[in-house]
Design a protein around this ligand. Sequence first.
Ligand SMILES: [Zn+2]
Length: 321
Amino acid sequence: MYMKNTHLLFFVLLWFCTLGTASNEPQPVVWSPLLQLTNHTEIVSIAYTEEGEAQVVTPREELRLFEGLRRLEINDALYWMNGPMLFLDEEWQITNVDLENTLAPLLSKDPPPVATPPFIVVIDPGHGGQDPGAVVNGYQEKDIVLDTSLMLQAKLEDVGITAKLTRTNDVFIALEDRPVLARQKGASIFISIHANQAANGFAAGIESFILPAANFPGTSNTRTPYQQSMTANRFDVRNLLLADALQRPIIQATGAFDRGIKRERFAVLRDAPCPAVLVEIGFMSNTNDLANMLDPEWRKTLTEALRDGIVAIKPEIKNPE
Ligand SMILES: [Zn+2]
């Protein structure tokens, strides 16, 4: 066992740097030994490599965690934890919030329900009106995500699920109004649909965003720095389970590169009245991704996978006794 002090130093520095932007004092981070996973699941084996990788095998999953990183792999799926795995007090540790609210629900045989009846899905096509979102070769994000959202709505209604949109045409809606609309429409889950753009044309794939835990920075560290608890933090576990229910089938169905479930304090997520996720369905700046997003057959595959993910978390309506 060993530890790279540079990683630890980096993370400690990160914590102090985030103080400057804080609206309140951050809470001290509580760490838990990775071995405390045994409180939540049976562990078949646990091994640590010389490179600082932890490999945990349970009866149903293989997990990989990495020293100094927030990256977490469970079977073939990728997640980003709130904090990294570190070697502290002679033990590999993760934050207690990741142990309890990330790993435990993902490994649970009986996770809490994401939504309660009546089941109303509110789909939020990003941008609109004077805000086109990303624009590449004359194609506008606002059009691609509206078409995708309308297609998803139709597929949900086909299977008897009530689905409403924050916009059904090319109108501008302010970011802060979108969670308000979700509340007015009685949302039990909220799905915001966007497309990505990057300076690097090779960047590709699908990623889903949820709210970071209170007091932790977003996955990028910079876009949405440290904040105290926000309205939608009460849904931390259900946000993650919602994102997981969607990200896995859409990666499987489309074969897109899996960029994982990330965390940022986006306006549409932090004030959501229910479990909420923002899905970036591809990179408009990537030739292949853009061609896919413009192809109605690909969008059909994507929206059917989203529908299947939503059907899987649809709450059971119990018949009256
Ligand atoms: Zn967007």
